[in-house]
Ligand binder design. Structure first.
Ligand code: ADP
Length: 641
């Protein structure tokens, strides 16, 4: 084969293998040559096209115009893309169309001037471009639909994109186009046209503040407009070293927050007033009850003039009624305070076993009287729980006393402890009356006594309500199952202490002050303004040999008498006319001659916070009215021994 032949062969192979479809047409627009890609792209066989007009490859609607284009190209032939700026379409043999790009090149041949058209199918590229265009327009309309003023700045801090809300906000403060302007120019416009309220800043201070926030934004910038709107600006740097900025109108949020704050303050004041009211109500109710219960107890124990059995029986009724009333007052007060969020629950690491023993010991006399057997199921090892020890005991006492109360002679009550990974469950199982099915739903609601309202068993219907709220405050829960005539099981679940024995220190009760060398050892000064209480105390002390009672109607007089008599003990009311019992005990503790005299508080205020405060200011013991004679005599004997 000659070199020329070889060259021709190579050229043909190249021509056939070209990625574009190439057709060569003569001056008249007749196809004289084509490559394999043309066949593939347009679906024609080679012979079907050779010698045909090139218009076969374009959609019919463009064919009439085409020969003109061919003619004008032939006049000034040069390599160039065809129909620049136009969307060109190819037409396949089957009539379907597709987007193409065509570049034209003149070819001089022995047969005269020819034109080679390289055709590229751009369907895929068009699709990608369309998608990008669509995505872009989605983005623009999303940005525009943002309620907040949106703006995007390039690395030179010029605006690239803003939305309508931004135009509305900034438009009136600046003339001309916004896009392309620098942030600082817009800022100056906003400052100069008094967009912002200055409060106690100068205009240039506000400008500086905004500018420095924009340059290195962190958190949010709060501004206020002159017409009273609150604006929150949030700027963030973009990956392209520009900044994106949102300006939100937070006027409504601000108003709502103010309203909420006001409402909360009102609610707190109301709840405070309610607590105060309850505390004073409970005080007012306890004071007369104090006289009723105190004197009834004295009558019952009077050794000089013992009561007849008939009288004793009646006094028993008085005492029981009074005690019931007292319990009711305590429980209503407790529940209201829990509901008002007025109690603090401590989180101690509590050993379940010890609490259980204490509860069982306390319940034992009640169980013996009711002829019910108490037992604790064997416990292997129980992890400590996180709870308020006193309140946990209160829950168990309530479940336990119910299990005894709503039971029959010969009944059984069993405490059963179990645990899983998260919590310890203490169940109290009884074989008592059970709770009727139709009453079970509301058992934890206050004042619901589940059919016991008319029965002989005393109760207030508040205990379970308190129990449930307390358990929840300790992140625990309560539950029960019950079967009429077969019995009930109530339980409480309390979370396990994971930290392990990191008990919150609880202040130990103050140790008894040394008795020792005080003069006038068996004198007791009683500071009290209520004559009925004084009469009661006199009657009580009468029964205790060797005690001399000195009474004082006010704390001021009491302090004088205490200094003069150096008594062995002081009993102090808290609510006194003039100086309070708290102030009086502080005065005693501050003076070396009286600081070691034990002072027993006797108050109608039974709130936990009073007890805590009493301990802090140095009372030896804090007893609440109505006076429980056994409790008071025990404390007196303790300090006088
Ligand atoms: P109270 O005992 O003062 O009436 P509680 O709130 O403690 O109030 O209990 C509400 C009611 O639930 C009780 O009146 C009683 O009818 C019922 N109850 C509670 N515990 C038991 C129990 N272990 N067995 C049967 N009934 C019970």
């Amino acid at each position: 084969m000659s070199d020329t032949d070889n060259d021709q062969l190579e050229f043909r192979e190249l021509f056939e293998a070209a990625p574009d479809a190439i057709v060569v047409v003569d001056r008249d627009g007749t196809i004289v040559r084509l490559n394999l890609q043309v066949e593939r792209m347009f679906g024609y066989g080679r012979d079907e096209l050779l010698g045909k007009r090139v218009e076969a490859l374009i959609p019919e609607r463009f064919r009439a115009q085409h020969p003109q284009h061919v003619a004008s190209y032939s006049k000034s032939p040069r390599t160039r893309p065809m129909g620049s700026g136009l969307e060109l379409q190819g037409r396949r043999r089957d009539g379907s169309e597709f987007p193409v790009e065509i570049s034209l090149s003149p070819i001089a041949s022995t047969r005269g001037q020819m034109v080679a058209a390289a055709i590229r199918d751009v369907t895929d590229r068009k699709r990608i471009e369309d998608e990008a265009r669509r995505a872009n327009s989605y983005l623009l309309s999303a940005v525009d639909s943002i309620q907040d003023a949106f703006s995007l700045y390039d690395e030179e801090d010029r605006i690239v994109l803003v939305n309508s809300a931004f135009r509305q906000l900034v438009g009136p403060t600046t003339a001309g186009a916004i896009v392309g302007r620098r942030f600082e120019e817009l800022l100056d416009g906003a400052i100069d046209s008094n967009l912002l309220a200055l409060r106690d800043e100068t205009a240039s201070a506000v400008r500086d503040r905004w500018l420095s926030y924009h340059r290195s934004p962190s958190g949010a910038l709060e501004l206020e407009t002159r017409d009273g709107r609150a604006l929150r600006v949030i700027d963030r740097p973009t990956a392209e070293h520009g900044t994106v900025s949102l300006i939100m109108d937070v006027t409504d949020d601000r108003l709502r927050a103010d309203e909420l704050r006001r409402a909360r303050a009102q609610a707190e004041a109301a709840s405070g007033a309610k607590s105060e009211f309850l505390a004073s109500m409970s005080h007012e109710l306890r004071t007369p009850l104090n006289a009723v219960l105190g004197f009834a107890q004295l009558l019952q124990r009077d050794r000089k003039q013992p009561l007849s059995d008939r009288q004793k029986d009646r006094i028993d009724h008085v005492l029981r009624g009074g005690e019931h009333l007292l319990k009711l007052i305590d429980e209503v007060l407790d529940l209201s305070r829990i509901e008002a969020g007025g109690i603090t629950i401590s989180s101690e690491s509590v050993g379940v076993r010890a609490v259980l023993d204490e509860v069982v010991n306390t319940l034992e006399p009640l169980a013996t009287r009711a002829n019910v057997q108490l037992a604790v199921a064997p416990i292997s090892s129980v992890p400590p729980v996180v709870a308020d020890r006193t309140r946990l005991a209160q829950i168990l006492m309530n479940f336990g006393s119910n299990a005894i109360k709503y039971n029959r002679a010969g009944g059984h009550v069993m405490f059963r402890v179990s645990h899983d990974d998260a919590s310890v469950k203490i169940a109290i199982v009884d074989d008592g009356f059970g709770i009727p099915a139709d009453q079970r739903g509301r058992i934890f609601e206050p004042f619901h006594r589940a059919g016991q309202e008319a029965g002989p068993i005393e109760g207030t219907g508040i205990g379970l309500a308190i129990t449930k709220r307390l358990a929840e405050l300790m992140n625990g829960s309560v539950g029960f199952v019950s079967e009429t005539d077969l019995g009930s099981t109530f339980w409480v679940e309390i979370p396990i202490d994971r930290v392990g024995g990191l008990a919150v220190a609880v202040a130990a009760p103050s140790a008894a002050p040394p008795l020792g060398s005080r003069t006038g050892a068996r004198k007791v000064v009683y500071v009290e303004d209520n004559p009925s209480n004084i009469a009661f105390m006199r009657a009580l002390v009468d029964d205790m040999p060797g005690i001399e009672l000195i009474t004082a109607p006010t704390a001021e007089i009491g302090l004088d008498l205490i200094r003069a008599h150096q008594p062995a003990a002081v009993i102090m009311d808290i609510n006194l006319p003039g100086m309070s019992g708290f102030d009086a005990v502080q005065a005693l503790k501050a003076s070396p001659e009286t600081q070691s005299i034990p002072v027993i508080a006797l108050s109608a205020a039974a709130l936990a916070k009073d007890t805590t405060r009493a301990r802090e200011v140095g009372f030896y013991r804090y007893l609440t009215k109505p006076i429980k004679i056994d409790e008071l005599t025990a404390v007196l004997e303790e300090v006088l021994s």
